[in-house]
Design a protein around this ligand. Structure first.
Ligand code: TMP
Length: 210
């Protein structure tokens, strides 16, 4: 049992996760909570070294190699950052986590049950029964999200943004499916509203946990 609380933010490109996670961190800190704000891929020294291999350029990783790189980064992040912070009782807010692997490396590519099972087995190997306490899935129309994300990123870190629109549509459906399958943990947040309205909705839910 970990003393802290583990909250993850998920969604397609340009869904506003990063803005919302920052607002939540500020709100929790102003309530006197001890917060760790982190991200994947990355978040620890080792995992940040792996990140550029995955998000920059157009490396044509074999699907299993890509999953192993994300998993290696995740294991380093868990061992060196997330688990120690949770043991200290912190609220850990993570910009993307294992649902992104299931969506991007699993359903986003094709609806292949065998592949999805392998991804879940691999997760079990690196994290055991550990799961987020709460997950927000920020839902955005792919066309709108991609435009926002590409305007912001320019030519950097856009390996996944450069995938075709069908991939991003599959991704959106994948996140909705994940939310449906684990509706206790996952809350879908509609993002076609003001930043402040979205933040208020998120706060209402988080207050039930802190
Ligand atoms: P970011 O743009 O939200 O920082 O995320 C980096 C990219 O990595 C994003 O395009 C999604 C992708 N990603 C995966 O494909 N699988 C994963 O498991 C994670 C954590 C991220």
């Amino acid at each position: 049992m970990m003393a802290g609380l583990f909250i993850t933010f998920e969604g397609g490109e340009g869904s506003g996760k990063t803005t919302q996670i920052r607002l939540l961190a500020q709100a929790l800190e102003s309530m006197g909570k001890s917060v760790l704000l982190t991200r994947e891929p990355g978040g620890s020294e080792g995992a940040e070294k792996i990140r550029p291999l995955l998000v920059c350029g157009n490396a044509n990783w074999d699907a299993l190699t890509e999953v192993l790189l994300f998993s290696a980064a995740r294991r380093d992040h868990l061992v060196n950052k997330i688990w120690p912070a949770l043991k200290e009782g912190k609220i850990v807010l993570c910009d993307r986590f294992a649902d992104s692997t299931l969506a991007y490396q699993g359903y986003g590519r094709k609806d292949d049950k065998e592949l999805q099972q392998k991804l879940m087995d691999l997760y079990q190997m690196i994290a055991g029964d550990f799961r987020p306490d709460l997950t927000f899935i920020l839902d955005v129309e792919p066309e709108i999200g991609l435009k926002r994300s590409c305007d912001r990123l320019g030519n950097n870190e856009r390996r996944f943004e450069d995938m075709d629109i069908q991939f991003h549509q599959n991704l959106r459906q994948a996140f909705l499916k994940i939310a449906q399958q684990d509706s206790q943990r996952c809350h879908v947040i509609q993002t076609n509203r003001s930043v402040d309205d979205i933040h208020q909705d998120i706060m209402e839910i988080v207050k039930q946990y802190v």
